[in-house]
Write a protein that binds this ligand. Sequence first.
Ligand code: S3P
Length: 443
Amino acid sequence: MSTAAAKSVAARRSGALQGRLRVPGDKSISHRALIFGALAVGETRIEGLLEGEDVLNTGQAMRAMGAGVEQTGAGAWRVQGVGVGGLAQPANTLDFGNSGTGCRLVMGAVAGCPITATFDGDASLRKRPMRRILDPLREMGARVVVEADGGRLPITLAGARDAIPIVYTTPVPSAQVKSAVLLAGLGAPGTTTVIEREATRDHTEKLLRHFGADIRSEPEGPHGRRISLVGQPELKPAPVTVPADPSSAAFPMVAALLVPGSEVILDAVMTNPLRTGLFTTLREMGAVIEPLDIRDVGEEVADLRVRASVLRGVEVPAARAPSMIDEYPILAVAAAFAEGTTRMRGLKELRVKESDRLAATAAMLRANGVTVDIDGDDLIVEGRGRAPGGGLVATHMDHRIAMAALVMGLASDRPVAVDDAAFIATSFPGFVELMRGLGGELS
Ligand code: S3P
């Protein structure tokens, strides 16, 4: 990715967006389906896998450690697992490109096996903090052989033959940290427990149960969870249907809310409550988002009908952040088009995403004439019912900044351009074409 040519794209004010579409498969579940499939004994079939660069890199890593990972059709994949503890030492560095999730989860898997692996990624991933993962993995018996400055990539990790089962309270709300500890716990003789003060996405817990692990999750305090996993299970292959990614659906959803006269139906979007903080917030702002057909595919999904809506500014509580952590750039765009002030509280974790997303979001809005302020860890957007546009947005290797800026351009007075749309392919291949299919003017 880092060597690919930058691809500038611009979006301009468009007529009403119309149509029905399915956004690609959920990124979090796609990574996990490949990893757990590789740790099961036998063949797992996956439908609807996100074939974005991030997930393909995870598939490549599992292949490099001995699993069979093979595409059998569009979104259809077959994983031949090697069993818990069965990962082979990779011959070369594992390259996770832009993906923190792939890298951190696979670190957990490696930590629970007696192998040594080197992890690396692009310039964005090399800046991201890895100590939050390495600290608990060290406690579990893994050894950090090499690390760059401040616990950054490239990192060489030596896993433990019998990992030590621990009780770990995550210092930040992070599904990646929780998942890495549980993945390492698969190799431990005994029960590994993760306590989180604020519940984060629970796909790891659900999928581990689906693959036959003995895992329990109970409430802990007002917003938290206590998750206990019995180690050294034999995971059994189980089919996985990946629902459409709510974090990707967020972009055409907000576009349909902002472009006057629009009506769009988004098919089979996952509505797991630990992922839908954005939908709750948009509804509080006055958005018309109706679920049409709620069903269960291992996760709850619904077709969502979205109509152009008049929005008003709201306060978004800090406690909601874990359920919409990836959605603040696009919420900030919606807030610019609302009437009144929107204050989004408690966004510290945004500073360590694919970019410093708090700064990048504020800069994106400012470049397009929107009044915005950062106050401590809060983002404050002054909504004026419209946005002037006309800016060139620096995406900082961040797919979500690129997509949020382009959605803004579909409704702003003047076009909005992004310096590099290439990173959109990490999570939402086909985004530009799909938005064009709805009637969006992107070039
Ligand atoms: C993810 C967890 C979140 C999120 C990321 C995907 C996951 O990161 O931002 O896009 O699949 O576990 P953190 O765990 O760092 O909050």
